[in-house]
Write a protein that binds this ligand. Structure first.
Ligand SMILES: O=C(O)CC1=CCC(=O)O1
Length: 262
């Protein structure tokens, strides 16, 4: 477990694998921490340098008062990668993590050779939707949103498994300010124009039962980047790395090969 000082926040991060391994950076979604990636990591090729961090307000990172700006979330990641002297990584971002991927690629293409945009978009929802969520968290805490979030995160089948409770616990144990702060960052983000200017190998992944970023929305964002690929994972909601880890890891491993990381 490691920590670095990002000025107004202290960021918890973790690096696994050999220092000389191809760097693969994972950015998780709203209401999750770096454990989101645990199901797929053992399924990836050996020898990768795996870098993960907890967004400000999530996991073991500190919790500055809400709201947060998307620029601050991108800057945290930029500083972490500079601190670790990472260049030319494969960046895998899910949902808000995919927004961070897009913003970082626009700002610092030297850091990213290729990216995976999982269950994300150039713009997610609208300000009214996010204002309502922030108000709900202010009044009733994350618990008041948890059932609705589970419906968006997971397919009907997954709702019948005991594992659902663990992911629900991950959500409700995040800090209210962290959740509201990142919701404000998403609300203020529209990357359609900057993402349209990106030119790097990109793989978009969608879940057939995703209630937050449905497949058509993910595909629309992928289509902004010439040459990008799109992969639909069936029997999965917003978190296919949790529901269908074998398929997610296989598609990611193929992309690592295609982009020359392994
Ligand atoms: O809708 C949700 O709760 C899921 C989600 C939207 C943005 C994000 O990062 O997660």
């Amino acid at each position: 477990m490691k920590m670095f000082d990002a000025g107004d926040a202290r960021i918890h991060y973790r690096v696994d694998g050999p220092a000389e391994g191809a760097p693969v950076v994972f950015a998780n979604s709203l209401g999750t921490d770096m454990r989101l990636w645990d199901p797929i990591l053992p399924l990836l090729p050996e020898g990768l340098r795996i870098i993960r961090w907890d967004k400000r307000g999530h996991g073991l990172s500190s919790v500055p008062p809400a709201p947060y700006a998307m620029g601050a979330l991108i800057r945290d990641c930029e500083r972490l990668l500079d601190h670790l002297q990472v260049r030319d990584c494969l960046f895998v971002g899910l949902s808000i993590g995919g927004m961070i991927a897009q913003g970082l690629a626009v700002k610092r293409l030297d850091l990213i050779r290729a990216m995976v945009l999982s269950n994300t978009a150039a713009k997610i929802g609208n300000p009214q939707l996010w204002d309502e969520r922030i108000a709900a968290v202010d009044q009733g805490g994350i618990e008041s949103l948890a059932d609705a979030v589970m419906d968006r995160w997971f397919s009907r089948d997954f709702h019948r498994t005991p594992e659902l409770e663990l992911w629900r616990n991950m959500l409700t144990q995040q800090a209210d300010d962290g959740y509201a702060g990142c919701s404000a960052a998403i609300s203020g983000t529209d990357f359609y124009t900057p993402t349209s200017g990106l030119r790097l190998p990109t793989l978009a992944i969608a879940g057939s039962e995703d209630g937050s970023t449905p497949p058509d929305l993910v595909r629309e964002t992928a289509d902004l980047i010439p040459g990008s690929k799109f992969h639909l994972i069936r029997r999965a909601g917003h978190l296919p790395c949790v529901e269908q880890p074998q398929e997610f890891a296989r598609v990611l491993s193929d992309f690592l090969r295609d982009t020359g990381h392994i």
